[in-house]
Design a protein around this ligand. Structure first.
Ligand SMILES: *[C@@H]1O[C@H](CO)[C@@H](O)[C@H](O)[C@H]1NC(C)=O
Ligand SMILES: *[C@@H]1O[C@H](CO)[C@@H](O)[C@H](O)[C@H]1NC(C)=O
Ligand SMILES: *[C@@H]1O[C@H](CO)[C@@H](O)[C@H](O)[C@H]1NC(C)=O
Ligand SMILES: *[C@@H]1O[C@H](CO)[C@@H](O)[C@H](O)[C@H]1NC(C)=O
Ligand SMILES: *[C@@H]1O[C@H](CO)[C@@H](O)[C@H](O)[C@H]1NC(C)=O
Ligand SMILES: *[C@@H]1O[C@H](CO)[C@@H](O)[C@H](O)[C@H]1NC(C)=O
Length: 432
């Protein structure tokens, strides 16, 4: 009996959005008692058996033929607090989640807005979200490239973790938000165990509140200090989804991935010679294989353009214009990684003409005369990422960030799973 009941529950979960587990149902379950109820239970059981078998047949049919659409794809749009573009309901109609990035964290774990302007922008986002499609989730993010420095002060201290958790709850409650995103880029080895323990503790605190809050995290690509199977599996049940930082595989920023090669930020396949791990496919396959839960992972669609200076001939043996040598200037690569569409225009460049390389599924433009190389997402490259998510049955995409698009939201318009639904195709990863 119980077997069939739990089977039925599982089958229901298949069609629910991933970030809404059965928690609410669990807490509202009524205890039953009394003699006559036994008869009722028997009757209900018969009905459930019938219903369960029916559903099983349906699920079996679905798995066999893959014809029923699954409408749980995530399109997560980050909005930067420092952005200046208008937030519109049209933008939001193409998203399942919006994430305000970032809320400032003090060394003792208290959360604050960076300033009044950012707070106003957050309130504006909230207003547009709440006035429109009520299904869209509103979250806030803590961390990011420039805001992560105090995690390492808070995470090792139980007292500061308490402050931090209370502050997160205050934020969620005070602004009536749906969840929180942790964007610590990236914890050093010595902090990781404590960070993962904190993630689990945060989930438990939410559960104790009897209100379901979404919890998501951003993780680095496996090549850049990935977190490994043991650790991922320790936290994967505590988080609703994981945004893989599947971008900046090539960047003029001085970090460990950057070098003397200019290339696309988020190529799906391929790589410049000897760099075959720097692509979305490697990251997504690695994490899917390690956890066997591909649908927990979202890949990024970067809405920013990246520019290099002093760029020359193509990389030897690659024969592809998309990968090119860069001459360092006084020992450093010169360029800009996070250019909004407006900034591209202000720099005197445009994104209307470009070359598209179908192997990495990436676009670029190169001006030989001035040695400038620019790479950005286009309709084709976005389409390729959407198809990739469908084919590999990943969870969805995260956009960084919606406000970096142009005034007509050209990039956002290309991001669509046909109403968040896909028909599972399931070219499975070959896991070694
Ligand atoms: C935002 O919208 C207002 C009017 O609604 C308009 O005047 C302003 O130019 C817009 N700003 C941007 C950056 O598009
Ligand atoms: C690059 O990685 C090495 C070791 O993996 C580390 O010592 C170094 O600090 C890193 N450099 C940067 C700029 O992050
Ligand atoms: C994931 O990537 C790491 C680092 O590159 C590698 O050591 C590991 O074998 C990979 N695992 C899988 C299952 O791809
Ligand atoms: C390259 O840049 C130069 C200088 O800005 C400009 O005159 C030329 O038209 C550009 N070439 C292309 C193909 O865009
Ligand atoms: C995305 O926006 C466009 C234009 O507003 C709309 O036609 C399309 O249906 C939207 N897609 C989704 C999935 O809502
Ligand atoms: C399913 O896979 C086939 C062949 O691998 C591909 O042509 C097709 O576009 C895929 N379908 C979807 C919905 O992505």
């Amino acid at each position: 009996m119980t077997n069939i009941k739990s089977e039925q529950k599982e089958s229901e979960e298949l069609v629910l959005p991933n970030d809404r587990p059965q928690y609410e149902q669990r807490v509202t379950k009524q205890p039953t008692s009394g003699k006559y109820i036994i008869i009722t239970i028997t009757l209900i059981s018969i009905i459930i058996v019938g219903f369960g078998l029916g559903l099983c047949a349906q699920i079996y049919f679905q798995a066999e033929s893959d014809v029923l659409p699954i409408c749980d794809k995530r399109i997560i749009g980050y909005y930067s607090g420092s952005g200046t573009s208008n937030i519109t309901s049209t933008q939001l109609s193409n998203l399942t989640h919006t994430v305000f990035a970032f809320v400032y964290m003090t060394p003792d774990g208290t959360l604050l807005f960076n300033n009044q302007i950012e707070k106003n922008r957050f309130l504006k986002l909230k207003e547009v979200v709440r006035n429109g499609n009520s299904k869209i989730k509103l979250m806030f993010s803590i961390g990011g490239k420039d805001n992560s420095k105090y995690f390492s002060s808070v995470i090792p201290s139980e007292e500061r973790i308490q402050t931090f958790i209370e502050s997160i709850l205050e934020f969620l409650e005070a602004y009536d938000l749906d969840g929180v995103d942790l964007f610590w880029k990236w914890p050093e080895e010595e902090y990781r165990d404590a960070y993962f323990a904190f993630i689990n503790q945060l989930r438990k605190t939410f559960e104790a509140k009897k209100k379901y809050y979404i919890l998501s995290i951003v993780i680095p690509p496996p090549t850049l200090d990935g977190w490994g199977k043991k650790r991922l599996n320790k936290i994967i049940e505590s988080v609703d989804f994981i945004n893989a930082y599947s971008t900046d595989y090539y960047t003029p920023l001085a970090d460990n991935l950057s070098d003397d090669i200019a290339g696309p930020s988020a190529p799906i396949y391929f790589g410049a010679q000897g760099k075959s791990e720097r692509n979305v496919h490697h990251t997504a396959r690695n994490y899917s294989c390690l956890t066997k839960q591909a649908s927990k992972f979202n890949i990024v669609i970067p809405f920013y353009a990246t520019l290099w200076e002093n760029v020359y001939e193509t990389v030897l043996d690659s024969k592809r214009g998309v990968y090119r040598h860069v001459a360092p200037f006084y020992g450093r690569t010169v360029g800009k990684t996070y250019l909004s569409r407006l900034a591209v225009k202000q720099e005197g460049f445009q994104v209307e003409s470009y070359s598209y390389d179908p192997a990495p599924r990436a676009a670029f433009s190169y001006n030989r005369t001035i040695g400038i190389y620019l790479t950005f997402e286009t309709k084709e490259s976005i389409r390729a990422k959407i198809d990739y998510v469908k084919d590999r049955i990943l969870g969805g995409v995260w956009i960084f960030s919606v406000d970096m698009d142009d005034e007509t939201n050209s990039q956002l318009k290309a991001v669509s799973f046909d109403g968040f639904c896909t028909i599972g195709n399931g070219s499975k990863y070959e896991c070694v």
